[in-house]
Design a protein around this ligand. Structure first.
Ligand code: XMP
Length: 515
């Protein structure tokens, strides 16, 4: 379905950076859509692109089975930007010559601009740093093309045809390491393709809502609302499209934080008027977890219990045809094959297996977006800020924060300590600057003293980390006075906890969660 404003089509030849190109283009205010490189002419025409970007690829253009696109791409008369493999493909298709490079280039490189009149390099210094990642290089440029930039190992770091309707770069302007990358992309969009910057979250919502309406028709759609940001944004978006045809289910697995289920029900049922079924399945989960202390076994039991409960709940909606999932781009495993039906997706433990079991098709309206883009869409949908800025919370919930065996009593202790920690972080404006913060209940008892009494009670660890993506993390350097205040409140207010420790491990070697 075509977007009403100006769109850029990105043809994906399998690069790990394809999504990043789309993100950068959207950040510049232009709608970008990705299609696998083998998209048909009709599929391409349906996007109605005003410009086309050819992505990189792990392949060599001269290798057998190297990915190609339909030849019409080059004859449509739309401005084309080729990046890395995209450059090599343009050269290959237009009579240039590509071969294995004697000097592979990975990482930082210096380019110098050769064509000072190039619109692609408008307002960019003659010398700058770029990010290269290629093992092949151009030996001969196609007739009618000229060199626009060079690097030491890539004498053809940039090429263009005479009117710059086809431009190509050996390096990656989409990555942050390329100093003037965003400016280069902006020059392509606005100086060469003359596009208008009209794309914003409201536009995304309008477009996606129309698309969902068209796809769903009058079918029933179900959604497991966990309380996380992604499933919340996905649900509200689908609700805006199809209203009462959306049936949400929130399962309390007994492993949620204090008042969390109540808040989910209140926000979505009362505030948004979403048709939401609430199922308290805590007994089922906690009974199945009794006596289990091994973390992976806990995860498996919880995953299986989720599917069992959801499948049972979903029998109320036998005519359901679709399942909404809050999959976002980082969940989509970066596979070397180009995107399309074959792309591998991380199985969200909470719905894994359900689509097959119930023969449901997936609706994943956020699968092209990054977390901060999802948050902006959520804000534009009117989801309250304290919901939008929430820290990530693991699917297995508090089960992996009660170290060892889980009991209801231990969960309550943990909830109390956790609630104090989070409340104080919010009160002191430290919540937003931490990536994730929580309490962990340790399976040890230590000696303490209260009044004249010797006590022998449990220990809680506080964990707070800073991170960009959760892949690596540093412990948050929270002020000592703040930690002292939280520890004091916990010891005074939570009966059964007399000792509080702060985790100062980074990831790696530790992980964010303790289990
Ligand atoms: P780790 O502990 O591996 O966590 O450093 C990285 C991020 O993932 C979250 N996490 C999980 N999320 N199911 C989830 O949905 C899980 O089993 C799980 N384990 C960890 C963790 O909270 C952090 O944000």
């Amino acid at each position: 379905m075509a977007h009403s404003g100006d769109s850029v089509l990105i043809l994906d030849f399998g690069s790990q950076y394809t999504q990043l190109i789309a993100r950068r283009v959207r950040e510049l205010g232009v709608y970008a859509e990705i299609l696998p490189c083998n998209a048909t002419s009709e599929e391409i025409a349906a996007v109605n692109p005003r410009a086309i970007i050819l992505s990189g690829s792990p392949f060599s253009v001269y290798a057998e089975g190297a990915p190609r696109c339909v030849p019409e791409v080059f004859t449509m008369g739309k401005p084309i930007l080729g990046l890395c493999y995209g450059l090599q493909l343009i050269a290959h298709e237009m009579g240039g010559e590509v071969a294995k490079s004697a000097h592979r280039e990975y990482g930082r490189a210096e380019i110098s601009i050769e064509d000072k009149r190039s619109r692609l390099f408008k307002d960019i210094p003659d010398n700058s740093t770029v990010w290269m990642s290629h093992g092949d290089k151009l030996n001969k440029i196609p007739t009618g093309f000229h060199v626009t930039a060079r690097s030491v190992n890539a004498p053809f770091a940039g090429i263009a045809n005479a009117d710059e309707s086809i431009v190509a770069l050996q390096f990656h302007p989409e990555v942050a390491h390329t100093e003037f990358g965003t400016k280069i992309l902006s020059n392509f969009l606005f100086e060469i393709a003359h596009l208008k910057a009209t794309w914003n979250p409201a536009d995304f919502i309008e477009f996606t809502v129309a698309e969902i309406k068209q796809r769903v028709g009058d079918a029933t759609v179900i959604c497991a609302l966990s309380g996380g940001v992604d499933s919340a944004v996905a649900a509200v978006l689908v609700h805006r499209a199809i209203g009462k045809q959306l049936k949400c289910i929130h399962v309390d697995n007994g492993l949620m934080r204090r008042d969390e289920s109540a808040e989910v029900v209140h926000t979505f049922r009362d505030h948004f008027g979403i048709d939401l079924d609430f199922r308290d399945a805590s007994d089922l989960f906690l009974d199945r977890l009794a006596g289990i202390s091994e973390p992976e076994e806990k995860r498996k039991i919880i995953g299986k219990a989720f599917i069992d409960v959801l499948a049972e709940e979903a029998t109320k909606f036998r005519d359901a045809k679709f399942l909404v999932q809050g999959t976002i781009y980082p969940d989509v495993i970066e596979s070397l094959s180009f995107k399309g039906p074959s792309a591998t997706i991380k199985s969200h433990h909470n719905v894994g297996g359900l689509p097959e079991k119930m023969d449901l098709k997936l609706i994943e309206p956020l699968r092209e977006l990054f977390k901060d883009e999802v948050r902006n869409v959520g804000r534009a949908l009117g989801i309250p800020e304290h919901f939008i800025d929430r820290h990530p919370f693991p699917g297995p919930g508090l089960a992996i924060r009660v170290i060892g065996e889980i009991t209801r009593e231990k969960l309550e202790l943990l909830r109390s300590a956790d609630a104090i920690f989070i409340e104080e972080l919010r009160a002191q404006n430290l919540y937003a600057s931490t990536w994730q913060a929580f309490a962990v209940l340790l399976p040890v008892q230590t000696v303490g003293v209260m009044g004249d009494e010797r006590t022998y009670e449990k220990v809680v660890a506080l964990r707070a980390v800073t991170s960009v993506d959760g892949m690596t993390a540093d412990w948050a350097h929270l002020p000592h006075e703040f930690l002292a205040h939280v520890a004091n409140r916990i010891a005074n207010e939570v009966r059964g906890l007399s000792r509080v420790v702060y985790d100062i491990s980074s990831k790696p070697p530790a992980t964010i969660e303790w289990e």
